[in-house]
Write a protein that binds this ligand. Structure first.
Ligand SMILES: Cc1ncc(COP(=O)(O)O)c(C=O)c1O
Ligand SMILES: N[C@@H](CCOP(=O)(O)O)C(=O)O
Length: 463
């Protein structure tokens, strides 16, 4: 199994190399050269298996010879042992034909734990083998950062620097990042929005001298291993609802496009996914793009679903690569236009290809609040604002007899203000986090300036 860059100019890598490399050296994102498939009988055989066994069978074809079977199985077992639900990703029925996939039972209460916990394990195996020290720099709108810190805190051979937009994450999200006491954890509050954080991380990857000096690694969904681990729950959910004998649709609250792209990979592997619905908040660039064919940035607007406050949606590049028939030069040109002109037009052929896989919808701030309130009354489910965006948009796309699964991406207690506004209920954090607001915070305010950030990382990292 080999991995190629979406911009066509970077070295072809193995799974292990792609995982530790993060962003390709031509600025692109790594994708598998070919997507392995599972036969219908193999998919049917997943029914009733523990989540960990499904994870092994789905991920194994992608990992090549980087890890032995026992190594991979051990990493998967350790990754999910700390989850607060035996099913790991339980499926609940909201209404006839509409199901909720709860992805918030991991240690930091968001879907990011599904991938971050496993790549934490895989990084440790690979780094111990190679005797290497790395510097992880990640960008977060709230959830990736806390999940990454949880997965890598306290490790001797890893320093973790997380850039988050100052004042634009929830108090719970911020405290999850600023209260860990381990010396290898650095929470950096940047003057700017998430797009600025992500752009600076990519700038660091494109500064080869810095990248090589600090041993830069990425755990955002630019890292293929992140996407791969997220493919698994599409299989567990669809099989529970009757796949491969029955088609299933998914609605995904979408920002950086990693989660929904994992659904596309599941579909290409043979899972009968009818459609993948992109659900956006008021930062609706992806919905506008699917509707008009133009990808046009117009500034991030802070919302009550802050983790989705994104305009430069990193993994959309992977979707474009597929829609353009794996034409790296075409993708490189679009990404150049995005950088220099703030937008680009998708060709008719590529737009048609995107529309064959994805549909889309948008949820306003008011609709997010009313959906949280209505869903509590209708099914008793207390949604976080991101999951509410998904449920609202899914409601417009449920088409019997195909069941719709909406991904519930975070626990409502991470966003208590929005949930309380909608329902009058202030959801409590689980007991293990009950003292989160009593713990001292440790963070550094940083400017949106590449040189200043690089200097700080060079100074703080442990060699
Ligand atoms: C709670 C939550 N929901 C949805 C999303 C969007 O997911 P993605 O960026 O993979 O599209 C994020 C951030 O990634 C998130 O943290
Ligand atoms: N919503 C994310 C944004 C980063 O996404 P990633 O999947 O690329 O790590 C967050 O919570 O940080």
């Amino acid at each position: 199994m080999r991995y190629v860059s979406t911009r066509g100019q970077a070295p072809v890598l193995s799974f292990g190399e792609a995982m530790l490399t993060g962003l390709a050296r031509d600025g692109g994102l790594y994708v598998p050269e070919t997507i392995p498939t599972l036969a219908p009988a193999d998919i049917a055989a997943l029914a009733g298996l523990p989540y960990e066994e499904v994870a092994f069978r789905v991920m194994r074809p992608f990992t090549g010879d980087t890890f032995g079977d026992d190594e991979l199985k051990g990493a998967i077992a350790r990754a999910y042992a700390g989850f607060g639900h035996a099913a790991r990703a339980p499926l609940k029925q909201l209404a006839p034909g509409h199901f909720l996939l709860e992805l918030f039972h991991g240690p930091t209460l968001a879907f990011k734990d599904f991938a971050m916990q496993i790549i934490g394990q895989l990084f440790q195996i690979a780094l111990a083998r190679e005797g290497r020290h790395i510097t992880i720099v990640g960008a977060t709108s709230g959830d990736t950062g806390s999940a990454a810190i949880e997965a890598f805190r306290g490790l001797d051979n890893v320093d973790v620097f997380i850039l988050f937009p100052h004042g634009r994450v929830s108090d719970v999200q911020r405290r999850q990042m600023t209260t860990p006491t381990e010396a290898n954890v650095h929470a950096l509050a940047l003057e700017g929005d998430f797009d600025d954080c992500q752009a600076r991380v990519k700038d660091m990857f494109n500064d080869f001298a810095f990248r090589d000096e600090v041993g830069l690694a990425g755990v955002n969904s630019i890292n293929w291993a992140r996407v791969l681990a997220q493919v698994v729950y599409y299989f567990t959910a669809a099989v529970a609802l009757g796949a491969p004998h029955r088609r299933v649709a998914f609605t995904v609250p979408t920002g950086n496009f990693g989660d929904i792209f994992a659904g596309y990979i599941a579909q290409q592997m043979g899972l009968p996914i009818e459609t993948l619905v992109i659900a956006t908040n008021q930062n609706d660039i992806l919905h506008r793009c699917l509707t008009t064919g133009r990808y046009e940035t117009d500034g991030v607007r802070a919302s009550i679903s802050p983790s989705m406050d994104i305009q430069v949606s990193s993994n959309f590049e992977r979707a474009l690569f597929m829609a353009y028939g794996r034409d790296g030069a075409a993708v490189a040109q679009l990404m150049d236009e995005l950088k220099t002109k703030g937008g680009f037009a998708v060709s008719q052929g590529a737009l048609q290809a995107l529309r064959e896989t994805y549909t889309s919808g948008r949820c306003s701030e008011g609709e997010t609040i009313s959906t949280i309130a209505m869903e509590l009354a209708a099914s008793g489910e207390l949604l976080c604002p991101h999951s509410a965006v998904g449920v609202k948009v899914a409601g417009e796309h449920v088409a019997a007899p195909v069941p719709m699964v909406t991904l519930a991406t975070a626990h409502p207690a991470k966003f208590p203000d929005a949930v309380e506004t909608a329902t009058g209920i202030r959801p409590a954090l689980p007991p293990r986090m009950a003292d989160l607001f009593d713990r001292p915070e440790r963070m550094t305010r940083v400017p949106n300036d590449l040189q200043a950030l690089e200097a700080l990382i060079q100074e703080r990292r442990r060699r």
